[in-house]
Write a new protein. Structure first.
Ligand code: PLP
Ligand code: TYF
Length: 404
């Protein structure tokens, strides 16, 4: 009976959010969860999303019917173009199948479930560290987990040699999970030259790339630049899959808009392979969620399929990524100006939602207690939590804790 169910630990991130909410100190700073905040520390509904919602409201055919099992077709086809590029040969040659999912998390899960069923016995390799949910999702479908070195504590950049060395020794067919841009939690991405070498080793060793794309356009402000690695791997002929999220780049967090894409290499029977894969994905989807949520997909589809709205979206992406990049510059120069012990170039070298500050767990707990600044124990800060009102306070708190 229920006595056999043990108490599970609280999710650390959600625990941190609760602690922040309960803190009554007026200068408290929330650098925990990876969600965009504007310069007033408030959630931001993208102006383009407001416009798209108005389009939906005025649509006389709007209803609440179920979507098809694979999701809203206008959304999934536009999502393929967004991540693979509008003129992608993979799309032209019908080597891609796409299923709308419960955002990026659901896409990672559907992919993991599919691989556990049809590619049994393979291990998955995660970067050390990675988004903690990767561990839980793949464990749930009984895929064996291994890790490859990624973050160098010494340089606070990429441990490229360690990464290549471990990947190069993985068994043939192993799945390698790669963050396509804006690595969570470190903010450290390979350069294009490094991606090329990763691709070369993975091809030699016949490894299977699983791209997690949660920050396209949000990282650099340029949708194409942030999809470069995925497109390069596809050019190299890999069979691969992609989990795509619209949580951050459209700010649709709670609407759960995303896609899972499976791409095969070019071959004469690629189209029939894709048709078989699509049929199996549909069965998995049907047993798990029946059909995906409609609203977020409709909003995204309105943006993706309209030239004017798409241009406005690119503007909104530049607003978000630009503010974050500015906060990186300001934080780094404040620490440099104060002569805070250590090097701080990693703050501006890292990209995307997060920075891995290099603060130790002890320092993280101290800064929480002394300055009411909330960040995860690994020293990760959500850059979007910083703004022109609190960045000076935060920089001084870091300076103090580092000197103690
Ligand atoms: N993958 C990574 C690396 C993430 O950082 C996130 C969100 O933080 C996700 C996937 C999934 O987010 P969502 O399920 O909201 O799309
Ligand atoms: O801050 C992070 O790393 C993410 C945020 O369903 C998050 O874990 C929270 C909830 C969720 C997906 C991502």
């Amino acid at each position: 009976d229920a006595d056999v169910v043990p108490q599970a630990p609280e999710d650390p991130l959600f625990g941190l959010m609760a602690a922040y909410r309960n803190d009554t100190f007026d200068k408290k700073v929330d650098l925990g969860i990876g969600a965009y905040r504007d310069n007033n520390a408030k959630p931001w509904v993208l102006p383009v999303v407001k416009k798209a919602e108005e389009v939906l409201r005025n649509d006389p055919d709007f209803n609440h019917e179920y979507l098809p099992i694979a999701g809203l077709a206008n959304f999934t086809s536009a999502s393929q173009k967004l991540v693979l590029g509008a003129d992608s040969p993979a799309i032209k040659e019908k080597r891609v199948t796409t299923v709308q999912t419960i955002s990026g998390t659901g896409a990672v899960h559907l992919g993991a479930l599919f691989l556990s069923k049809f590619y049994p016995g393979r291990s998955v390799y995660f970067s050390d560290p990675t988004w903690v949910n990767h561990h839980q999702i793949f464990t749930n479908v009984h895929i064996k987990i291994a890790t490859y070195p990624y973050f160098s504590a010494k340089t606070k950049g990429l441990d490229f040699e360690g990464m290549l060395d471990t990947i190069g020794k993985a068994a043939e067919g192993s799945i390698v999970l790669l963050h396509s841009c804006a690595h969570n939690p470190t903010g450290v991405d390979p350069t294009q030259e490094q991606w090329k070498e990763i691709s070369k080793v993975m091809k030699e060793k016949k490894l299977f790339p699983f791209f997690d794309s949660a920050y396209q356009g949000f990282a650099s402000g340029d949708l194409n630049k942030d999809a470069w690695a995925i497109r390069y791997f596809i050019e190299q002929g890999f069979e691969l899959c992609i989990a795509q999220s619209y949580s951050k780049n459209l700010g649709l967090y709670g609407e759960r808009a995303g896609c899972f894409h499976f791409v095969t290499g070019a071959s004469s029977d690629a189209e029939s392979t894709i048709s078989r894969i699509a049929s199996q994905l549909a069965i998995l989807q049907r047993s798990e969620i029946s059909n995906p949520p409609a609203y977020g997909a409709r909003v995204a589809s309105a943006v993706l399929n309209d030239e004017a709205l798409f241009a406005q979206w690119e503007e909104d992406l530049r607003t978000m990524s630009g503010r974050i990049i500015e906060m990186r510059d300001v934080l780094r120069s404040k620490l440099d100006e104060m002569g805070t012990p250590g090097t701080w170039n990693h703050i501006t070298d890292q990209i995307g939602m997060f920075s891995y500050t290099g603060l130790t767990e002890k320092q993280v707990l101290k800064i929480r207690e002394a300055a009411h600044v909330y960040m995860t124990k690994n020293g990760r800060i959500s850059m979007a939590g910083l703004n022109t009102n609190n960045i000076d306070y935060f920089a001084k708190a870091v300076d103090k804790v580092v000197r103690e």
